[in-house]
Unconditional design. Sequence first.
Length: 122
Amino acid sequence: MVLPNEPDFDWGPVSRLPSVETLGTFVLPLGAQPQLDIGPFDDFGFPAGNAKQNVTIDRPILRSGRIPDTNNALEALGTVGFIKKYGEFVTVRLPTAAQIGPDTRPDNRRAAATFRVAGTAG
C-alpha cells in the first residue's frame, strides 16, 4: 500500500509499475475534516479516491441493496449496524476553502451534502 501523504501526490508512476494490474486510491483529508451530524469523520476510515477502490480492490460482500453507483458521489455503502443506528441518509458538512488548513476548526455554517446508503455490507 502506498501512503499518499504529500500534497499533489501523483499516482501515475505507481499505476505504471509492471506488477500493478489495477489501482485503487484513497483520500487522506488534510486540515478541516468533513463533519457528520452523527459523529466524527475519523470513525469512518479513508474515503475512496477513485471508483476502483471500493468496487475492484476492496469489494464488499453485499447483504442487501446494491453497490453504490460510482458515478453518484452522494451514494454510500453501510453496514447493517450503521443503518440501524443512523438510518439510510447521512448529512455531511463540508469544510469551506478557508477552513482547509492545519489550524482551522469546523463550524456549522458550512455547505452540507446528504448521502444515501444504497446497500449494506457485512
